[in-house]
Ligand binder design. Sequence first.
Ligand code: FES
Ligand code: FES
Length: 197
Amino acid sequence: MTPPRSDLRSPPPQGGAASGPAKPVPRRPLDHPSTCHETKLTLDVNGQPHTLAVPPDAPLLQVLRNDLALNGPKYGCGLGECGACLVLIDGTPARSCVIPVRVAEGRAVTTLEGLPARAQAEGDALHPVQQAFIDAQAAQCGYCLNGMVIATVALLERHPCPSDVQVRAALSHNLCRCGTHLEILDAVRRAADLIAP
Ligand code: FES
Ligand code: FES
């Protein structure tokens, strides 16, 4: 259906003489909020200890990406709703954009980068779930795939031969804006076949 004309208008210009005083530019969501309350924390990420001085309430995602240069987890909504930022914490999928970094201290954090070692893959080999997503060509823009892969790893570690209902339930809170859902479901089935004894 053609949208009403009012929906096709450009957003009003920001600032300038015709629209009044310029509005303040919002802070980039992944900037550290402040350095004056930094605390030393030791994180176990992908099997390596990291001692960092960070604001303890900073989102775990921010520390992973900005301080540890681990860009597998993505910033999507920043609200715990899309799943792009998923990591494993003690083997459980966790939305790192809404988890304060202090909560991760003393726990094992695994990001996308740590999956080959988690699967004891040799050489340049990937985790079987990563390989299955490539084989199934389950990416269009690829932005959601970190969350899809992490959720699938967690699912298959609990249920190596999941039913379709279990697969859909495990991925139901991960959003894909490109609509590659059928390829993603195919990738999960391929991953289960690769992992099956
Ligand atoms: S970025 Fe964390 S759930 Fe969307
Ligand atoms: S492939 Fe683009 S959001 Fe899923």
